[in-house]
Design a protein around this ligand. Sequence first.
Ligand code: NAI
Length: 301
Amino acid sequence: MSSVIKSVSIIGAGLMGAGIAQSIAAAPALIAKGVAVTLVDVGEDRLANGKKIISSSLARVAKKKFDGDKAQADAFVADTLARITFSTDAGLAAAHSDLVVEAIVENLDAKQKLFRDLDTRAPKTTIFASNTSSLPISEIAKSTLSRRDRFAGLHFFNPVPQMKLVEIVRTQELSDTAYASLKDLVVGMGKVGVECKDTPGFIVNRLLVPYMLEAIRMVERGEASKEDVDIAMKLGAGYPMGPFELADYVGLDTTKFITEGWFASGKGLQGKELVSPPASLGKLVEEGKFGRKNGEGFYKY
Ligand code: NAI
């Protein structure tokens, strides 16, 4: 049994939050059900940034969808944007929501503080979810008093409007009803939900991160060049990007941050050495080379 989610608040209007809000507002199945979406951030400038991310992404979708018909494309962008409420008041948004999805900075204290506040404002039935990539959901959930059975991970992938997968992370306490409601929403968004336990990296990053790190170590040991490792994985394993291209795409600072967090805590990991941070990754980050986003990582852009 699930209870229908009719209103969703997304907290954090950055890359991920904006993508999640857009994906809800543009989903035909959710529009038909009248699902309302509110996007929240700390200031008007951040909200404007979120709005910009959404308009550019929608404009790209509309160009393809309406085959260059500008009037139809503009109407699609305007209608979809109009279905999103923008707000700087997270408490007020949560008070009117069946689901709150958090997509703020990747910092445990900040996430706990947010949910501690929202726990006092949201109705008892509201489900809370975090889009964290690397923090344990059960640790974040500890900040709420009596919501552990309605607290889950809802892990989206970048770019959210294009990426079909959502990892639905189940802690031991999550109720079947809350899980079913989240699954329904994910399906309504036109995405595919997979169920996984609250372990480091869930499914995708648990496999991808050690793979990228081992590629970096291979090159450090002089076993192959990074260019050849990338070519090999694309042509030999059919991957769309090689591990160095992928690391640059994800961001070397993000990769290093995730790796160090898991390595230091060691919680829930078998084979901790799989995530030991390689020296050359640390060196690039120290030099300010974060990957695609700032023009240089393993490669120059
Ligand atoms: P971002 O830095 O683009 O956006 C974060 C936004 O949250 C900013 O606009 C910031 O002003 C806002 N914010 C910070 N504290 C807030 C608060 N207390 N209340 C309201 N808004 C607040 O970050 P991004 O990349 O969108 O990541 C967000 C979350 O999603 C992180 O937990 C990250 O680990 C996770 N994630 C990121 C992915 C990625 O590829 N970037 C992929 C999957 C998950």
